[in-house]
Design a protein around this ligand. Structure first.
Ligand SMILES: [Zn+2]
Length: 267
C-alpha cells in the first residue's frame, strides 16, 4: 500500500529541535520513503520564507519528498510588510524544478483569532494567488473561519488551481470547488469521534478529487491525538476514508496517490 502525504511540515521545530524527545524525523522518513517504505511521496509545506529554506533542504535529502513555499496567514503577523517578504521566495521559485517545488503554500486566510490583521492577510493571500499564476503552480489553501471569503478569492482567480487543505465546508461548496478544478484535502480530523459532520461531508466528496494529508506534526489521528504526528500515521486517515466509502484501504491508497500525482505533477 502506497499512500501520499500531501501536507506535512517537517520544517516545524517540533521535528527539527535538537532536544525533541521523540524519534528523529530523519529516521522515520528514511523508513517511510526508502525502499519498500509505505509512502509514495510527501509534500513538505513551508509557512514563511525562513522555513522555506529548511523545507527545500529537506526535500533534497529524500527522492520522494517535494516542497511547497509560501507565507501562512497566521505567520503574516511576523512581518511588518509581509507582501515585500514574498520577494524572498522568488529566487527559490525561479528554480522551482531544481528545488522540487510543486506548489505555493501554505497560503490563505485565518480569522480564528480576533487580534489578527485581516487586511494584511488578504493582501498576502492575493499576492500569492498572483504568484501562483505567474509561476504556473497550484496552491495549498488554508482557511479557518474564512471559507466564504476564501471561495470569493478563488472565484476571482479562475486560472489558479489548488487544494483546499483540511476541508470542512459544505458538500455544495465542495462541488463548486471541484467544478473549478480544485481538490479537497482530508486529514486526521476525520478520525476524531466528535467530527461527525466532517465525516458525513467526506463520505459525500468525489473520490477522484480527494488528497490525503497529515498536517504533521499537528492533528495526529486517533488513537494518537495530541502526540507528535508524522506521515506514517496517514494510514489511519486512509482507513477511516475507506470505511466511509465502503472500499478497501488499498483502493483508497491507489486512487488518492494517483490524484496527488495528477495534481502536483511530481517529476
Ligand atoms: Zn499546514
Amino acid at each position: 500500500m502506497k499512500l501520499t502525504d500531501t501536507h506535512a511540515h517537517y520544517c516545524d521545530s517540533w521535528f527539527t529541535a535538537p532536544e525533541t524527545p521523540e524519534q528523529p524525523y530523519e529516521k522515520i522518513l528514511d523508513e517511510l520513503l526508502g525502499e519498500g517504505g509505505e509512502l509514495e511521496a510527501v509534500v513538505n509545506v513551508a509557512t514563511t520564507p525562513d522555513n522555506a529554506v529548511i523545507t527545500l533542504r529537506q526535500a533534497h535529502r529524500w527522492d520522494k519528498m517535494y516542497a511547497a513555499v509560501g507565507i501562512h496567514p497566521t505567520d503574516c503577523q511576523l512581518y511588518a510588510d509581509p507582501v515585500s517578504e514574498l520577494d524572498r521566495l522568488r529566487p527559490m521559485l525561479d528554480a522551482a524544478r531544481e528545488n522540487k517545488i510543486v506548489a505555493l503554500g501554505e497560503i490563505g486566510l485565518d480569522y480564528h483569532y480576533d487580534d489578527t490583521d485581516r487586511e494584511k492577510q488578504r493582501a498576502v493571500f492575493a499576492a500569492q494567488l498572483e504568484m501562483a499564476e505567474e509561476y504556473d503552480l497550484p496552491v495549498i489553501l488554508h482557511s479557518r473561519d474564512a471559507t466564504g471569503e476564501c471561495v470569493d478569492m478563488i472565484r476571482a482567480h479562475p486560472h489558479v488551481r489548488g487544494v483546499f487543505h483540511a476541508y470542512g465546508g459544505s458538500v455544495e461548496t465542495a462541488e463548486e470547488l471541484v467544478a473549478r478544478g480544485w481538490y479537497l484535502g482530508l486529514g486526521g480530523v476525520i478520525t476524531f469521534p466528535t467530527a461527525k459532520r466532517i465525516r458525513r461531508v467526506a463520505a459525500a466528496l468525489p473520490l477522484d478529487r480527494i488528497l490525503l494529508e497529515t498536517d504533521c506534526p499537528y492533528t495526529a489521528p486517533e488513537p494518537f491525538r495530541g502526540t507528535r504526528n508524522h506521515s506514517g500515521l496517514i494510514s489511519r486517515t486512509a482507513e477511516m476514508l475507506a470505511e466511509l466509502k465502503g472500499m478497501a484501504v488499498e483502493e483508497i491508497a491507489v486512487i488518492t496517490s494517483t490524484n496527488a500525482g495528477k495534481f502536483f505533477s511530481f517529476l
